[in-house]
Write a protein that binds this ligand. Structure first.
Ligand code: M6P
Ligand code: ZN
Length: 192
């Protein structure tokens, strides 16, 4: 018999992504993101890029996981700080982002190489259909804070993005952040 998962309440700080009660926090440091930015980063860098707090739930298809993500402002040679980006391990699982603070873009790409860039800011929602990889970019000068919720058995597949990249990168050009073709992109095999 599957164990019962009971209702819960979590207070959210819209400016910082903090939760009360505090939940498991995972942090991504710049050095761990070597190879994801266009320019080289120091693999030893301990600079904080983003923090994710997740409300626990059983990782089953009948449940939802929910997290806040806070991406610090900053960039690597004009490429703004961003998340690693992933497909869902169970490819058809969808996700929704709701912006709380700051200014950003969600970069989405499917296995055919189609891509989209959707704005994410306070009071905006971005729908991520199944089959679309997603990465969030902090294009502003303040922290980008958002809530995400996804089908709990989705899982994260980082490998395809790490090895193939996204079709585009977001770069600061003349004071604004915009998508530019990623010369290192390799389209994944959609039949794989
Ligand atoms: C959002 C969700 C999470 C994800 C996080 C950071 O909160 O999509 O599932 O973990 O962003 O993104 P990534 O896992 O790609 O580093
Ligand atoms: Zn996801």
């Amino acid at each position: 018999m599957t164990p019962e998962h009971l209702p819960s309440h979590t207070a959210l700080d819209l400016a910082t992504g903090a939760m009360d009660p505090e939940r498991a926090v995972s942090e991504r440091r710049l050095g761990e993101m070597a190879g994801l930015f266009q320019a080289d980063v120091d693999p030893a860098s301990r600079e904080l890029v983003y923090r994710v707090r997740t409300i626990p739930a059983p990782e089953r298809a009948n449940e939802l996981l929910c997290a806040t993500t806070v991406i610090e402002p900053g960039d690597v040679d004009g490429e703004p700080y961003m998340t690693a980006g992933h497909f869902h391990a169970v490819r058809d699982r969808a996700e929704v982002y709701v912006g709380f603070a700051g200014d950003g873009l969600v970069v989405l790409a499917d296995a055919r190489g189609r891509w989209r860039c959707e704005p994410l800011r306070s009071a905006s929602a971005v729908y991520i259909p199944g089959g679309w990889a997603h990465r969030t970019v902090n294009t502003g000068a303040e922290r980008l804070v958002f809530l995400s919720t996804w089908i709990a058995d989705a899982g994260h597949d980082y490998e395809v993005i790490r090895t193939h990249g996204f079709p585009i990168a977001v770069m600061r050009r003349g004071g604004r952040a915009e998508p530019v073709p990623n010369p290192r992109y390799r389209a994944p095999d959609p039949t794989a």
